[in-house]
Design a protein around this ligand. Structure first.
Ligand SMILES: *[C@@H]1O[C@H](CO)[C@@H](O)[C@H](O)[C@H]1NC(C)=O
Ligand SMILES: *[C@@H]1O[C@H](CO)[C@@H](O)[C@H](O)[C@H]1NC(C)=O
Ligand SMILES: *[C@@H]1O[C@H](CO)[C@@H](O)[C@H](O)[C@H]1NC(C)=O
Ligand SMILES: *[C@@H]1O[C@H](CO)[C@@H](O)[C@H](O)[C@H]1NC(C)=O
Ligand SMILES: *[C@@H]1O[C@H](CO)[C@@H](O)[C@H](O)[C@H]1NC(C)=O
Length: 497
């Protein structure tokens, strides 16, 4: 009986004490929680406005060596200062973003439609130039943005100081270059646009008498077509003591092939000749079927080129076909890097440009369709000037999604050893760089004389497999060499332009 009683007392004791213990624990817990909350909140609120920052070594649960925890990445996934803040890349990033159809579908569509339907140049300028200048105003004082600007070569400094401007007025231009002697609604088959300088009169004369013959030109085997010629010049300010502008006027009156603009004719200003030529073409020669753009120290086998172009037109489905809208041929250089040797005239400091160059046609001479020239004119309003002219053309092509065609018969760097002395060697090429005016005259007459002998010779094809990385002989590999080229507008390119 006593044992029974004792058991009931224990049960009773348990029933009374358990809630007390539980309430006690709860009190302790609440007190501790409040205390902890107060200490953390006071410690956080004392340096008042600091937002919650993830500690450097915050550990998230996951799979790592210590089984339970994985570190979070300590830096951002994206590059906050792409290309190390190189000036050109920064300026261009601004525009590429603005016209990126994924980031800004509306604005890029509006702009494309606008560009497509608009042939009024003055409207066009008003519309698109603010974008190029917006990049400048966002970046501010360019010269203070480039490290050691004052120590850079003078031509680089001059380029940076004038790269925001490109609308230089025409000083001399040929009258009715493209319409003469051609049926209405048609343009010449080929327009030869040759970069020259005021004092290179001898080069111009040699070209006029040989490969630059204007008029109806027969092909080497085919029927050929109408060829026109124009020389592209800036102004030689250094030679101001010998004023050659009178002479150039005279030359233009005689030959009608001088196109001169009012800018300082220097190596880093050569890009202006491309940009201004496209603009000039769009109003003065929009119907030219093909444009050859090259230097005044090359030899071009124009008759053979005419045959080649006719063939290409037929293969691509005729003028106006999709193939013709993207047609450019030359000595294509791929994956070149900027020249970093500061003693050469090609030197580009890495504070100006970083990364690989897009594929481009070597500057000795390239040929493109008139349709592509008009597209280049429009897209060039969205690409900042770059001091190396052929690279700039490559940058524009890249933004149009156009891939230039490589043809081994364009010898921008002369014949490979020995090949040049073979008989009929010159009948295997379309272009060779560099030849003096005297050489051009001599070679041209020999080519004509050997015409029948060499009539079965075909154009060069690639002898050895071309190394696709780093062909630019002027370039020196830098640490960007391996960087992959990223296409700002995706692979398909901007077909609306
Ligand atoms: C271009 O537009 C301007 C005004 O916006 C006009 O005065 C000019 O005549 C137009 N030019 C052409 C070629 O249509
Ligand atoms: C830009 O910066 C350079 C050097 O920092 C200075 O000499 C120059 O006057 C500035 N130019 C302008 C337009 O502010
Ligand atoms: C290009 O020409 C413009 C206009 O004459 C001139 O201000 C600028 O300094 C030139 N740039 C170079 C690199 O010669
Ligand atoms: C060219 O580069 C060399 C070393 O790379 C340097 O010592 C020299 O000062 C540079 N010259 C100029 C004009 O920047
Ligand atoms: C023309 O043929 C002669 C031999 O008949 C040769 O020596 C010369 O190199 C050839 N010239 C050209 C430009 O093909």
């Amino acid at each position: 009986m006593a044992r029974y009683h004792c058991r009931w007392r224990r049960v009773l004791l348990c029933l009374c004490c358990a809630p007390c213990v539980l309430v006690g624990s709860l009190c302790v817990y609440v007190t501790l929680a409040v205390c902890y909350g107060m200490t953390t909140s006071t410690s956080l609120s004392s340096p008042a406005p600091i937002p919650q920052i993830l500690p450097e070594n915050f550990i998230a649960p996951g799979l790592t060596r210590n089984v339970y925890l994985a570190p979070h990445p300590t830096s951002s996934f994206w590059d906050l200062k792409p290309h190390g803040g190189a000036l050109w890349n920064r300026l261009q990033l601004h525009i590429d973003r603005h016209y990126n159809p994924i980031l800004m579908p509306k604005s890029s569509k509006v702009h494309n439609d606008h560009l497509d339907t608009n042939n009024n140049n003055s409207n066009y300028f008003q519309f698109s130039l603010p974008t190029l200048s917006a990049g400048f105003s966002e970046i501010g004082n360019l010269t203070s943005q480039m490290e050691h600007f004052q120590e850079l070569p003078l031509q680089m400094q001059m380029f940076v100081n004038s790269m925001h401007f490109r609308d230089y007025p025409v000083l001399i231009e040929p009258a009715k270059l493209c319409g003469r002697g051609i049926r209405k609604g048609q343009g010449p088959l080929l327009l030869l646009a040759i970069k020259t300088q005021g004092l290179n009169f001898e080069n111009r004369q040699a070209i006029r008498q040989t490969w630059g013959w204007a008029g109806r030109v027969a092909g080497a085997t085919g029927k050929g077509g109408v060829v026109r010629r124009v020389f592209l010049l800036g102004k030689n300010h250094e030679e101001s003591h010998v004023d050659i502008s009178e002479l150039l006027q005279l030359e233009n009156r005689h030959y009608g092939d001088i196109l001169q603009w009012d800018f300082h004719d220097s190596f880093f200003n050569l890009t202006l000749k491309d940009v201004l030529l496209w603009d000039w073409l769009s109003t003065h020669c929009p119907l030219a079927r093909f444009v050859f753009k090259g230097d005044d120290d090359v030899l071009l086998r124009t008759p053979a080129l005419l045959d080649y172009l006719r063939e290409q037109t037929i293969q691509s489905g005729g003028p106006g076909s999709e193939g013709m809208k993207v047609f450019m041929v030359g000595d294509v250089i791929r994956a070149a890097v900027p020249n970093r040797v500061n003693s050469t005239k090609y030197f580009i400091p890495d504070s100006f440009y970083k990364g690989l160059y897009p594929p481009y046609g070597g500057g000795g001479g390239v040929v493109y369709s008139g349709e592509l020239a008009l597209r280049l004119n429009r897209i060039s309003r969205r690409v900042h000037l770059y001091p190396i002219d052929d690279v700039y053309v490559g940058m524009c092509l890249h933004r149009l999604g156009v891939h230039p065609i490589h043809h081994p018969a364009f010898l921008t760097f002369d014949f490979p050893k020995k090949e040049g002395v073979e008989q009929c060697a010159y009948h295997t090429i379309l272009l060779v760089h560099k030849r003096s005016p005297a050489q051009v005259m001599k070679l041209w007459s020999e080519i004509m004389r050997n015409q029948t002998e060499c009539s079965n010779t075909i154009l060069r094809t690639e002898k050895e497999k071309k190394n696709t990385l780093l062909i630019d002989p002027f370039s020196v590999k830098d640490n960007e060499g391996q960087e992959l080229l990223t296409d700002p507008w995706g692979r398909s390119g901007n077909s609306a332009l």
